[in-house]
Design a binder for this molecule. Sequence first.
Ligand SMILES: Nc1ncnc2c1ncn2[C@@H]1O[C@H](COP(=O)(O)OP(=O)(O)OP(=O)(O)O)[C@@H](O)[C@H]1O
Length: 397
Amino acid sequence: MTAFPIATPTDRTANCDAIDRKGVAVRLDGISKRFRSVIALRPTTLDIRPGRMTALLGPSGCGKTTTLRMLAGLEAPDDGRILIGGADVTRVPPNKRGLGMVFQSYSLFPHMTVGENVSFGLRMAGVGSDEIAARTAEMLAMVRLPHVESRYPSQLSGGQQQRVALARALVTNPAVLLLDEPLAALDRHLREEMQFELRRIQSDLQITTVIVTHDQEEALTMSDEIVVMNDGQVVQSGAPDDIYNKPQTRFVAEFLGTANLFQGVKDGHGNVRIASGVGEGAVLAHSSAPGAAAGTVAIRPEKMWLRLHDAPETAPQDGTEVNLAGRVTGHVFRGNNHVFRVEIAGREAPLVVYQQAKDLVGAGIEQGDMVTVGWHPQNAVLLASEDTTSEQKGPSE
Ligand SMILES: Nc1ncnc2c1ncn2[C@@H]1O[C@H](COP(=O)(O)OP(=O)(O)OP(=O)(O)O)[C@@H](O)[C@H]1O
């Protein structure tokens, strides 16, 4: 059974008339939450962009579900305010906030048909039967399940049940859609398919959507904006591209993918150089940002190249690249690319390097081979100084 009250058009008109239906903005204004001694969310201010898909991403226990539940009205913040479309809803009950919700567990009513499930919110709102029939059919067509109206949830696959749950959440035309790990129970293939479906529906409707996930790939592929959380607070937010390519901290660099980390020192001319060991003095990254004289530099595995030690250079070289000698200690083929582990003398953790199969044609690089690993400093990122303790620790893969 569903654990949340479903929004109805009547509720919304009566209680949130300041809300413009299409693409409303959501603002969390200094909200925080404690459960006795546990701090679930430190004081947090966050603007959720109207009409976009925003992912709350972070490891288990970081506070993302608590944040979503406060937004839904299922949990009250200790401090701060929640604004939906400019209206303060902090004390408005869940069923009057104009929300649609989908949870990980399908939470359909098992004793009702698909049609009855989808139309539930409309029936509660006293909508006329002709409109109910039309709207239910419209929603089922939108989630691409036009012929299952008279079936029961148990007669559907997991993916189909989640589509029905989505249709049910959207039937009352909510201002905001909240998704709590909605695809976590699906197998990989279905999950990927549903990621596309959810994305299509969200962008067709231009509905402000917040999705909670601990799956970085899901956040990267589905959202316009990612809010990365850790330990009860937001650690970085921005477009997926920015978060992935310009992580500000080691946590973000490692939570979203794999990162090779180096300890660097600034030279006063906008360069960060390898502090010691193999390649000492080579320019790791460029950064003119003020701050500490030393810091950790992160380089993504796919931003590196790899060639046999005595092979001619294949990547375009302009004299600014870093090239380090190493030995391949591991190699796996992942279908779309090859993953190498390369040991560098004096370095504790091996480097992880991804290479597209096409870039390796004829190279024949095997375990045990002596190789050169290289990258352009402009593809490396100096992390915030709080991360300077992370010198040469292993990548997360
Ligand atoms: N009702 C509750 N009572 C006590 N502690 C709670 C309650 N709800 C959450 N917590 C605690 O608050 C912290 C944040 O929990 P929350 O569920 O928001 O994290 P999460 O990032 O969503 O994790 P997960 O992905 O595992 O659901 C955790 O330490 C959790 O144990």
